[in-house]
Design a protein around this ligand. Structure first.
Ligand SMILES: [Zn+2]
Length: 382
């Protein structure tokens, strides 16, 4: 019962950061402040007029104003929606308790502080608002540089941001986080529940048990179709009607492939994160495969998705150091091969005679060495 109650009560915390926008970004902020004030006043006067005429309380949505005031289209729509929510809330409070809450007032530039609020929306492709090492990514402004005095915890959820400007012209951002959820209990990996993953150009990944991801054929086919369209484009007259039509087709296909790929990566990472308690990988696999098929399939995104999905369950992603020789080491006896030929997929250990599949052998070493590294670090930090 207590657990249930705790689960229902969301806890929030705010981090306030100083923003250092570019001139273009501060211009956009100014525009947004103005649009929000304008919209608030329009909605308020329309609600009053509507009430006098009909006796019904009604606030038109921001979309209703966009044709008459096209400049509203230039700013973050979320900020406008938030203005509508705030005005509705102000009316609700007033009707509920007119003694305590005053009737909503018009906003004036000289009395009201410049500010706007935008909510974060988390889509499959990721959140609309997030923090980076030294900035905050927002919908219309892109990444705005920011100075953090403290950092959010990994499990906090970013709910919304409020951008404001002081009288002295400084910009600040209040970031609201939901932090009620405790981090999940840390899972201690065991050899039986840990998997070693080796990146593979052919199979996307290979596990120490010999399982592979095998990217679906349609992904390759769409890639070929895209290349064909690209070749066609290069032969056409730029600016012609046919050219524009081909560009449109190209963009659509490009977007389609991006969606397919994202879907594939989500499925792959979910499968691994659910099946295993810990995952070992090599840190340098990304650099090594840059530019070839690996990049097309999105290894980087795969690793990020996997990390996030494991973290949510308290499971570790163990990254092996860059120069660990995993391909040349025999996973049966530890013998280190001298030759570094990457051509042969099967090789026989000259010392113990074990026959290895090159990638499965590497995945085994990644797992063994990953677990050793993990427990060494645990002992060191204990
Ligand atoms: Zn051996």
């Amino acid at each position: 019962m207590a657990g249930k109650e705790r689960g229902n009560a969301a806890q929030y915390t705010t981090i306030k950061v100083r923003l250092c926008p570019t001139p273009a970004q501060s211009e956009l902020f100014e525009k947004t402040f103005g649009c929000c004030r304008y919209l608030w006043n329009q909605m308020l006067s329309d609600e009053r007029r509507f009430y006098l005429e009909t006796g019904v309380h009604f606030i038109p949505t921001p979309a209703k104003y966009k044709n008459g005031a096209p400049f509203l289209k230039e700013v973050d729509n979320q900020a406008l929606i938030q203005e509508h929510n705030r005005l509705s809330q102000a009316f609700r409070m007033f009707f509920k308790d007119p003694g305590t809450f005053h009737y909503p007032r018009f906003k004036r530039k000289k009395d009201d502080r410049d500010s706007f609020t935008a909510c974060n929306h988390v889509f499959q492709s990721g959140p609309t608002i997030y923090t980076t090492r030294d900035g905050i990514r927002m919908t219309k402004a892109g990444i705005v540089k920011a100075k953090f005095s403290r950092r959010p915890q990994a499990w906090w959820k970013l709910k919304r941001v409020t951008i404001s400007k002081t009288r002295t012209g400084k910009y600040y951002c209040s970031i609201l986080y939901e932090c009620g959820d405790r981090p999940p209990e840390a899972v201690i990996p065991k050899a039986e529940t840990t998997v070693g993953l080796k990146y593979s150009v052919r199979h996307f990944w290979v596990t120490d048990g010999g399982e592979t991801a095998d990217p679906p054929r349609w992904l390759k086919q769409s890639g070929e179709k895209l290349a064909e369209l690209q070749r066609k484009l290069s032969r056409m007259e730029p600016g012609s009607k046919n050219y524009q039509e081909a560009v449109r087709k190209y963009r659509l296909l490009h977007e389609h492939i991006a969606n397919q790929r994202r879907d594939f990566l989500h499925k792959q990472s979910r499968r691994i994160a659910n099946d295993w308690d810990a995952v070992c990988m090599r840190k340098d696999a990304l650099q090594a495969l840059n530019g070839v098929a690996g990049e097309n399939l999105g290894y980087r995104m795969f690793r990020e998705l996997l990390h996030y999905k494991l973290e949510r369950q308290g499971k570790p992603l163990i990254l092996l150091d860059r120069y660990t020789p995993t391909t040349r080491t025999c996973s049966a006896c530890g013998h280190l091969r001298e030759d570094v030929s990457y051509r042969d997929n099967l090789w026989t250990c000259p010392k113990c005679g074990a026959v290895h599949d090159r990638e499965v052998n590497a995945a085994r070493n990644i797992k063994d060495q990953g677990l050793t590294q993990y427990f060494q670090q645990q002992r060191a930090s204990a």
